[in-house]
Design a protein around this ligand. Structure first.
Ligand SMILES: [Zn+2]
Length: 152
């Protein structure tokens, strides 16, 4: 005993929360006024930072032992969409096509007309056949296997 902080579980809503052990009562966000002498104070610590972790892990344990799922905000963007977005503002059509070819080459080191088709459909400007024909005309792509290209 003697630690400054501890974790309690609200008897009303079942959520863990951090408390200062010196206090006699604490208000829970559910509206319940918890009398600390009536609940078990566990996971005591002197560190407020550690207290936050303990509250989080206690809540996770109460939910069924699984740690809280990480935020899925950083989900990877569709790489084709990224390439299309990068190419879109390029005014010069040949430069735009070259940007597509470079993006695809960076992405997967090679590409086919199907890959271009996916970008072209996102851009809605040129057909995949036109893109590939112009890139070939200007020697901006290199066909190293039949139907398989990389940017030069
Ligand atoms: Zn509560």
């Amino acid at each position: 005993m003697g630690s400054k902080y501890g974790v309690i579980v609200c008897p009303k809503c079942g959520m863990a929360r951090g408390v200062e052990t010196a206090k006699k009562t604490t208000g829970c966000q559910c509206g319940n006024e918890i009398v600390l002498s009536h609940v078990k104070i566990k996971n005591q610590t002197d560190s407020p930072l550690e207290l936050a972790d303990l509250v989080a892990s206690t809540n996770a344990a109460l939910r069924g032992g699984e740690p809280a799922p990480p935020e899925r905000k950083s989900r990877k963007k569709d790489p084709y969409l990224s390439i299309a977005e990068r190419a879109k503002p390029i005014k010069d059509s040949l430069e735009r096509m070259r940007s597509i070819a470079q993006g695809l080459t960076e992405l997967q080191s090679r590409f086919t007309i199907d890959d271009i088709r996916r970008i072209a459909s996102l851009l809605g400007k040129d057909s995949a056949e036109d893109v590939l024909a112009r890139l070939k005309d200007h020697n901006l792509v290199y066909e190293f296997e039949p139907g398989v290209y990389r940017s030069v």
